[in-house]
Design a protein around this ligand. Structure first.
Ligand SMILES: O=c1ccn([C@@H]2O[C@H](COP(=O)(O)O)[C@@H](O)[C@H]2O)c(=O)[nH]1
Length: 289
């Protein structure tokens, strides 16, 4: 059966509902401020309120898996219901689980998060390419077959990420003439992820997206990258919509800014949450128009 490619599904959703991706992150302090217990039942109520507020309002919703996982199997049951309810409402679900492992294990992660009929099956999954981009292959293949997407961590929003991601990859082996072993430095680690994603997306399906934080200049050459860019960091981590416009001036087509706590702090009233999400969505659209 032929499937609509992820890039096409995403573009259709963004055209009708804007590019904002709102997070469902049931942090313990948020549960407390919503007057909910720090239990799986509290997370279930939190998630139900979020589904009611965001489904149909924004193109993408990103549940942060960690906050469900903290409650074990009961938390996973809530996550399954949340994913299903959002997808039924036509809202694209990005599971933020940051999975990455050797290929044989990656196959199982891919089945769990991207497989048809899997209880956790989502529209897209965040993945870590730090066991090697090639190790993601089973997820890339399954996502391509099922019309789903991946977001590979390239330059993350947290300050600690730079030491690894901005480091230079192994030299390319071309002598600089400065000694017998001297060679030109390779691209940064983050740029090598971008380059691998560019090569992978040459089939035109844009299966591979990138995670590039909005909290600082990324220093990446994204000129050949046509896929989606998930940009966390808006709001609670300090990035503003003007930062987005500046940082991503050359790569706005499928830029998907993400915000979680900055919207969620307006809960628990459904209408207040919905209004907050609409405000950020409209500000983002205006800034990136
Ligand atoms: O580089 C990254 C990758 C993922 N995240 C996740 O996004 C949200 C951000 O939440 P805020 O409340 O808007 O700060 C959260 O789930 C992170 O785990 C990220 O922040 N940076």
């Amino acid at each position: 059966m032929s499937r609509t490619a992820w890039g096409t599904r995403l573009r259709t959703a963004v055209r009708s509902r804007g590019r904002l991706c709102v997070g469902i992150d049931p942090h313990p302090p948020l549960l407390r401020s919503w007057d909910l217990p720090e239990t799986a039942d509290g997370v279930a109520r939190f998630a139900d309120i979020c589904v009611e507020a965001f489904a149909g309002e924004v193109a993408l919703v990103k549940p942060q898996v960690a906050f469900f996982e903290s409650y074990g199997s009961a938390g996973y049951a809530v996550l399954e219901r949340t994913i299903a309810a959002l997808r039924e409402a036509g809202t694209l679900v990005v599971a933020d689980a940051k999975r990455g492992d050797i290929g044989s294990t990656m196959s199982a992660y891919a089945q769990a998060w991207l497989g048809d009929g899997s209880p956790l099956g989502s529209d897209a999954l965040t993945v870590s390419p730090y066991l090697g981009f090639g190790a993601l292959e089973p997820a890339v293949t399954l996502a391509g077959e099922t019309g789903r997407g991946l977001f590979a961590l390239a330059r993350t929003s947290n300050p600690e990420g730079g030491a690894l991601q901005a480091a230079r990859t192994a030299a390319d082996g071309v002598s600089t003439g400065q000694g017998p072993t001297a060679a030109r430095p390779g691209p940064t680690v983050a740029q090598s992820i971008v380059d691998a994603a560019v090569a992978q997306n040459r089939d035109g399906n844009d299966t591979i997206g990138l995670v590039v934080g909005a909290t600082r200049g990324h220093g990446l050459d994204l000129s050949e990258f046509t896929g989606p860019i998930l940009a966390p960091g808006l709001g609670a981590q300090g990035a503003t919509v003007s930062d987005l416009a500046e940082i991503f001036s050359d790569s706005r087509e499928l830029l998907l800014p993400n915000t979680s706590r900055d919207v969620l702090r307006h809960g628990p009233a459904v209408q207040a949450l919905r209004d907050a999400a609409r405000r950020v969505r409209d500000d983002v659209e205006a800034a990136l128009a």
